[in-house]
Structure formats: C-alpha cells, structure tokens
Design a protein around this ligand. Structure first.
Ligand code: PLP
Length: 511
C-alpha cells in the first residue's frame, strides 16, 4: 500500500499522523486510532449499547429477515480505505441489528438462555483493552492465576470438593471433548503416541437425552459414532443405570473398554438429572471416566436447597458448567472441572521449543486443552463475582426457578395444554392438545408446530421446541436476568392466543 493510502511516511513513527492527513476521526492516519478517536468511538458505542439494552424488549426477539437478505445488503469486498467509526456504527444499527436474534431480549425463553449481565459487558471491554493471551503463565501471569482463582471460587460456591481444579474454555462442547481426550488417553494404550489404531476398541455411554456434543466428541476424538452407546431413560428422562451397567458388561465381555460415561445434570430437552451417584458407582466399578455435563443446570448448585439434585457429581472425573448459560457472563465462558490434571496433560501437553519457558513450577494453561491461544475469560467471572456476589447470583437463579414453576402451574391448569415432563430447574416442556376429538400424534405434532410458529412470528417472546418419545413438544426455559414476571405472563397470553387461533375459543371454530 502506498504512503498516500496509509497517511504515514515510511520513516515516521507508527503512530504519528502525517500533518494535514485529515481529522483523527477519519482513522487510518496512524496504525491505530488516536486516543481521541478511540474515546469518541467508545462514547458512541456506550451510548448505543445503553440505548440498545433499554429498547431491546420492544424489538421482535427473532429477526424478520429472509435467508441471504443481510448478506446481499453487504459489500462483497472489504473497503480499501478507512471509514469513520460513526459510519460503521450507523451501518451496524441499520443492517446488522435488524438481523439479530436478541438473546438479551426479556422475552427470550428458548433453548437455554445466554444473556449478558452488565458486569460481563464491562468485563468484555476490559478483556479487549488488555488483549492478553493466557496460553502460558509468562504470557500473562495474572490471567493464568486469576483463572485458577475464579475457577476455585466457582467450585466452592457450587459446593464441590476442594482439590477439584479446572480451566475456562469456550463452550461445553469443547469442555466435553477435552474430557473425552483425557478419558481416551486413560482408557486406551499410548493413544497419544500411536493413535487409536491397534489399541482396544473404546466406548462412550450417554443417555438417549444427552446433548449431541458428547456424540460429536466421540466423532472428533476418533472413536466414531458407533462407539457411542445411547442408554435408555426412565419416565423422568433419567439414565437407566441398570441398562448402563448391562451395556458396559456386554462391551467388556467382547473386549471393548468403557472409556467414558457422560451423565447429564440438566438435559437439554427437559433439564432432567441423571442419577449421578449410582452412575458414579458404575464408573468406579468399571474404571470408566465419569464426565458430568452440567452445562446449564450446574449453576443451580449455587442454591444449597438444590444441592441434593447433584448428589454424586463430586465423584466425577470431570464436570462442565457454563456460566454463560445461566450466570450471565457473555458467551463464551465454560468451566471444565477435573479431579486429576495428569490425564489432560498426558493427552494434550505439547511444548515446542518456541514455547518452552523456564519459569519453574507454574501452570501453563495451554497444557489442558486443544487451543494454544486463550482469551482472558477469567475476568468475566471475576467481575461477575465481585459485582453481583454469590448471593446475588443465587437470588436470580431462585427467581428464574420460581417463574418457571408458576408458568408450569398455569400450563397444568390450562384446558388446552399439558405438561410433558416434570418441570425441572427453570425449564418446562408442554404441548397443546388438539381438543375433544381423538387426534393422531401427527395431527397433534402439526398443531404444536403451528402454535409455536404463531407465537414466535409475533416477536414478543421466543420459545423453542424439542422431541420427547418421538413427539413434537414445546419448551420454555428461563435464564435471562432481563426476564421478569410480566414476560412470562406475556408468553402465556401469546400461547393462549395462538392455540385459540388454531382451535377456536372453547366451543367455537378455529381461524
Ligand atoms: N450440554 C448441554 C446439556 C446443553 O444443553 C448444551 C447446549 O445447550 C451443551 C452441552 C452445549 O453447549 P455449548 O454451546 O456451550 O457447547
């Protein structure tokens, strides 16, 4: 690029603007923005951000955009010349925001929430400001040590035993995959050196309700889908422990080694909790690695009154809890706890010459996962704990659970809806019933699809669906700090209106 394009001479300093090259807001006059330009951009951004958070509840939760529409509105090539930030922010508001699904909308009641509390917004700014990479202790001692400290704060707050350590990764999928790699190393024979070929076949056991990330981990970890045993669940969607024991015994009799049992505390569909204590006994008896996927519900262990639901998880080899699901940190923040760091190191530590350090007895976080570069995620948890406090976090979880309980009660009493699973934590599965005339499952499924479509199209709330016993089921989950009782009332009103439009008011025809 020419001197003209950059606005700096080849010899002057990298941050010195060429006289007469234009106002600082035009950017590009230096390698980086001047302090003045950055201040202006931050002022604009924070004004925008505050306004957005205030008005997000009045926007449709789901965007009304057709596939490809946003892409078509954007230039095919990056600009060659710098543009003022003001214009970028305008385009963000004009082109991008209308195409967003608003996860911070108070009516976001789909999937598991991931809403950002104020302290996490501030923490993200701090993370960007320092931009450190916590791959090695020396590449940012404070980031490494803060990560160890906040993971331990979380462990203690969740009532997990001392001695359990952990790291912060991006997502539960990565955390579970990492656990599988450690389990694979322990169960296999020199997998690190020779791979899986030639070693004993390994198997993974999860319930038929487990999240797909466990299966994906088996695929990515070279075990293959065929190595995943989907263990049936009981009427409460909890893993059948006898069936688990039988599956392992069967495998062992054929020379297949049980590498990992994945128990779930808070399944994705119904938030059911597998019987972790008896599963732990099976794991101990068979030598299988026990991984507990508590990505969503694990946060609820902050509440002493709910701790017994997690009984046995303290015996796990590894546990994943996602603060970005229910504690209000921004995506991404997934904590992987483990009892013994050795299998992680054995599976994943690899230090090329250019990363070798002579710092002595330090923890290098790159040794515990696949990525080398690591964001300073610990700051999000630190700021959250400091600014909200454990009791504050617990109080909002209690509110969410109470809101879900009230919603479930209303559904239970509703003439047109029926609960499809016991409400669990802050998640409720239910279904509209076609009415007095007997209807096939297909007719009922189609009705529920249409009800959900009607509700979500209106944009006041966003609910999702799942499948239970092969049937299409509606699902509401509360996990956003922005959701208040009025929004749950609104969800009920929307559901009411949608089912009435489909079936007519009691006694009358539908639309
Ligand atoms: N485990 C459970 C139980 C989940 O519900 C989910 C996602 O909702 C995941 C794992 C995957 O989470 P992530 O998006 O952090 O990979």
């Amino acid at each position: 690029m020419s001197e003209r394009e950059h606005g700096v001479s080849a010899t002057d300093g990298v941050t010195t603007a060429r006289p007469g090259a234009g106002p600082p807001a035009a950017a590009g006059t230096t390698r980086d923005w001047s302090a003045e330009t950055l201040r202006d951009a931050l002022d604009r951004t924070s004004r925008w951000l505050l306004g957005y958070r205030e008005r997000v509840g009045s926007l449709p939760v789901l965007p009304r955009t057709a596939p490809g529409e946003i892409r078509a509105a954007l230039p095919a090539r990056a600009p060659r010349d710098p543009e003022p930030f003001e214009r970028v922010l305008e385009d963000f508001e004009r082109l991008i925001v209308p195409g967003l699904t608003h996860w911070n909308h108070p009516g976001f009641l789909a999937y598991f929430a991931s809403a950002t509390r104020g302290p996490s917004v501030a923490a993200e700014l701090m993370i960007a400001a320092v931009g450190v990479n916590a791959m090695l202790w020396r590449t940012s001692p404070a980031a490494t040590e803060l990560e160890l400290v906040v993971v331990d704060w979380l462990r203690e707050a969740l009532g997990l035993p001392e001695g359990l350590r952990g790291v912060i990764l991006d997502t539960a999928s990565t955390s579970s995959f990492t656990a599988l790699l450690a389990a694979r190393e322990r169960a296999g024979e020199r997998v690190r050196e020779t791979g899986l070929a030639g070693g004993p076949p390994l198997a993974v056991y999860v319930s038929d309700q487990a999240h797909s990330s466990l299966e994906k981990a088996a695929i990515a970890g070279g075990l293959g889908r065929a190595a995943v045993r989907r263990i049936p669940t009981d009427r409460g969607f909890r893993m059948d422990v006898d069936a688990l024991a039988r599956a392992i015994a069967d495998d062992r009799s054929r020379g297949v080694r049980p590498a990992l049992i994945g128990a779930t505390a808070g399944t994705t569909s119904t938030a059911s909790v597998d019987p972790v204590a008896p599963i732990a006994r099976v794991a101990e008896d068979t030598g299988a690695w026990l991984h507990v996927d508590a990505a969503y519900a694990g946060s609820a262990a902050l509440l002493p009154e709910l701790r017994d639901r997690f009984e046995g998880w303290e015996r796990a080899d590894s546990i994943v809890v996602n603060p970005h699901k229910w504690l209000g940190t921004s995506l991404d923040c997934s904590v992987l706890f483990f009892r013994d760091p050795a299998p992680f190191r054995e599976a994943l530590a690899l230090t090329p010459a250019y990363l070798a350090s002579e710092d002595g007895e330090v923890v290098n976080l790159m040794d515990f996962g696949l990525p080398l570069g690591r964001r300073f995620r610990a700051l999000k948890l630190w700021v959250l704990f400091r600014c909200v406090g454990v009791d504050g976090l617990a109080a909002s979880l209690r509110e969410d659970i109470e809101l879900a309980r009230r919603f479930a009660n209303r559904i239970e009493r509703h003439p047109r809806f029926r609960l499809l699973a016991p409400p669990s934590f802050s998640t409720v599965c239910f279904r509209a019933e076609p009415g007095a005339a007997p209807a096939t499952d297909e007719v009922a499924d189609a009705l529920n699809r249409r009800v959900l479509e009607r509700v979500n199209r209106r944009g006041r709330v966003f609910l999702s669906h799942t499948e239970l016993d092969g049937r299409y089921v509606l699902r509401l989950s509360i996990g956003s700090v922005h959701t208040r009782p009025t929004h749950v009332e609104e969800a009920l009103a929307e559901l009411d209106a949608a089912v009435e439009a489909e079936l007519g008011s009691p006694g009358g025809p539908g639309e």
